[in-house]
Write a protein of this length. Structure first.
Length: 155
């Protein structure tokens, strides 16, 4: 009787994340990476770039046809690769307007964008609810509160 060789379990490749900060006021690269690792999962290769309003507006116009800077843009390239663009002035303004600490809102935008790169979306109500639950859980693991007002979380 011959023994069958054991199949080695393939362990997923670790995530490979990089940060580019075009805005000095942005959180430190190590902080952005800590938040990103929580949402990246295994095998994701992504660059997080923090930009100012002009670059954010230019990218949003070029890729989405919208002539304004938005908080976060996700560019997925398939095969677990992508780029995340975070617009610092927009994120800072939103945090201020919503009465949230800036780090909490930044962490939310990082998690939200990386979940998009992992294939989650919020185009439909059920998908949005699933994505919100995942965001809430990941942010809680990082020590941040639920980013959604109670009304919005129940929709």
């Amino acid at each position: 009787m011959t023994a069958t060789p054991r199949q080695k379990k393939k362990t997923p490749a670790p995530s490979r994340l990089a940060v580019q900060r075009a805005v000095r006021a942005a959180p430190a690269a190590r902080t952005l990476l800590r938040w990103a690792r929580a949402a990246a999962g295994a095998g994701l290769r992504a660059t997080l770039r923090v930009v100012g309003a002009a670059e954010g507006r230019r990218l949003n116009r070029a890729f989405r046809g919208r002539n304004y800077a938005t908080n976060v843009l996700s560019f997925g390239y398939g095969g677990g690769r992508g780029d995340l663009v975070l617009c610092h002035p927009v994120i800072a303004r939103e945090a201020r307007d919503q009465g949230k600490p800036l780090p909490a809102h930044y962490a939310h935008m990082v998690v939200h964008g990386l979940l998009h790169l992992r294939g989650l979306d919020h185009a439909r109500r059920a998908e949005a609810a699933r994505m919100q639950r995942r965001e809430i859980r990941l942010l809680r693991s990082l020590g941040f509160p639920n980013p959604y007002p109670l009304k919005a979380a129940l929709k």
